[in-house]
Design a protein around this ligand. Structure first.
Ligand code: PLP
Length: 404
């Protein structure tokens, strides 16, 4: 019989959300009163969007589907994506700074993060912010990357702590040379958004050390502080050291529709001088047949003036939820970061184990959260609160937090 890829057995972080779901089920089974509407369990735990699509964007999707039923409007495979969409992404998000051959349409940022790892192979070391979005670590483990970790769990993946002490921005002197560095801003889970000087230092360090940055900007449209960069390419020199993954999931509510993009600048080279852009075209052409053309019609609508307004309205709605949660926590004297330029709030419970705090919040408030330890060792005494939820649920949950 065929043998299992041994890397699969080494994935650890995949247990986080199933474990949360298990604890929720067990609590509900032991507390039948949670079946009553006023006592129901409310989730502030996941990053899934809840609000319906807004009308202009929705009309774009509907029209995209209608056109497929006509001889003139029908289209099949589209490989790197509709040229009109790639051009519009460049114009709206990058001031027209990229050619369409540098923008690749995807079925989502997570999918591209997984595929990007194929470019670098198992000999490449990986570094992550600690805490971090689990896909960076698990994806690296799956392809056997971060050589040297054999037999030592995740020992070969370098975790760069992001804590209150360093303003949730890592000590770049610890960044290993010739590595891949996954950097997410605004950050999931901490909600911290990196400033211009911080990203300048990051680009400088990456260029000096031969590091390639995978910059995850999935929450960029939540940035409200005009001084904060929304893209790594706002920093000079980033084209030579960074790819950027992005998505319509969180700003347009496309978590289920599925559409994202990745920017791979022509200037970006491997250590041997080969073009990363050419390889990315090759890899995606080989194992990905392009994103849904209906989803791309929706994205084109999202980038119309009306669609941009709708995305802002949607992000503002979730930021409104975030403000309610953050205020409720701060009223209890709990120190928090995030929620202002991001839909996540990272709340500190010094000296506590995050699973214990998770249990306490579930028991006293019937609210589901995410224990920080699931995102890396530096998350041990933190809880992530997600602002994705119906307003009535978030308001109710925020009120219940006073029971803590
Ligand atoms: N990147 C980060 C940091 C995320 O938190 C998420 C989803 O939660 C994604 C990427 C996934 O985005 P997509 O829905 O486009 O795959």
């Amino acid at each position: 019989m065929v043998t299992r890829n041994p890397c699969i057995a080494r994935i650890k972080a995949g247990y986080l959300f199933p474990e949360i779901a298990k604890r929720r089920r067990e609590y509900a089974a032991a507390h039948p009163e949670t079946a009553r509407p006023e006592a129901r369990i409310i989730s502030l735990g996941v990053g899934n969007t809840t609000e319906p699509l807004l009308p202009h964007i929705n009309a774009g999707l509907v029209e995209g589907a209608r056109r497929l039923g006509t001889a003139e409007g029908y289209s099949g495979y589209q490989d790197e994506g509709l040229p009109a969409l790639r051009e519009k992404i460049s114009r709206v998000f990058y001031r027209g700074g990229f050619g369409i051959d540098e923008i690749f349409i995807s079925d989502g940022a997570k999918c591209d993060i997984g595929r990007l790892q194929l470019l670098f192979g198992s000999g490449t070391a990986a570094a992550v912010q600690d805490p971090s979005y689990p896909v960076y670590v698990d994806g690296s483990v799956l392809i056997g990357a971060a050589g040297g970790w054999e037999g030592s769990g995740y020992g070969g993946i370098v975790y760069l702590p992001c804590t209150a002490e360093n303003g949730y921005f890592p000590d770049l002197s610890a960044l290993p040379a010739d590595s891949l560095f996954y950097f997410c801003s605004p950050n999931n889970p901490t909600g911290a958004a990196a400033g211009r000087d911080q990203l300048g230092a990051l680009v400088k360090a990456a260029r000096e050390k031969g590091v390639l940055i995978v910059y995850d900007a999935a929450y960029a449209e939540y940035i409200r502080d005009p001084a904060l960069p929304k893209s790594i390419y706002e920093i000079e020199g980033a084209r030579e050291c960074a790819v950027e993954v992005n998505s319509f999931s969180k700003p347009a509510g496309f978590t289920g529709v599925r559409l994202g993009w990745t920017v791979v600048p022509r200037e970006l080279r491997y250590g041997g001088g080969e073009s990363v852009n050419a390889d990315w075209a090759r890899v995606t052409g080989t194992i990905f047949n392009g994103a849904s053309n209906i989803a791309q019609a929706g994205a084109l609508a999202a980038l119309d003036d009306e669609g941009i307004k709708e995305m802002r309205t949607l992000c503002d709605f979730y930021l409104g939820n975030a403000a309610l949660i953050r205020k409720a926590l701060e009223n209890l004297g709990i120190s928090c970061v995030g929620g202002d330029n991001s839909p996540y709030i990272w709340a500190g419970f010094p000296g506590r184990d995050s699973w214990d705090v998770f249990n306490e919040i579930l028991e006293k408030c019937q609210v589901i959260t995410t224990p920080g330890a699931g995102f890396g060792p530096a998350g041990q005494s933190f809880i992530r609160f997600s602002a994705f939820g119906r307003r009535s649920d978030v308001g109710e949950a925020a009120g219940r937090l006073s029971r803590l």
